[in-house]
Design a protein around this ligand. Structure first.
Ligand code: FES
Length: 102
């Protein structure tokens, strides 16, 4: 694939996260203090949508059982058992447009 436009910078406010669907794949786009990141939206524990969880700094907490992932690289940061990290994707900002490379 390639880089896919997911919206404008104004669509993703700082401290907010939003699920977008790219070619059937659910991706979570996060704005951390003006720096944009994209990771898989589907929790690797039991499949919850992380967009329905909460964001604190760069850490997204799954709303179902509390797994915490770092949005910058998709790494698991806290959970009682080892579960897979999330895939992360490159985000490119050109003018006002946000692209995700998948
Ligand atoms: S589904 Fe995310 S922690 Fe269980």
């Amino acid at each position: 694939m390639g880089k896919i436009i997911v919206g404008k910078t104004s669509d993703f406010a700082p401290g907010k996260m939003q699920k977008v669907t790219i070619d059937g794949k659910d991706v979570l786009v996060v704005n951390i203090d003006g720096s944009y990141h994209a990771i898989n939206d589907t929790c690797t524990h039991a499949g919850a949508s992380l967009s329905e969880g909460s964001l604190n700094g760069s850490i997204v907490t799954c709303g179902w059982h509390g797994a915490k992932f770092d949005c910058k690289a998709g790494n698991l940061s806290e959970f009682p058992v080892k579960i897979k990290d999330l895939n992360s994707y490159k985000v490119i900002v050109e003018s006002e447009n946000i692209f995700v490379e998948v």
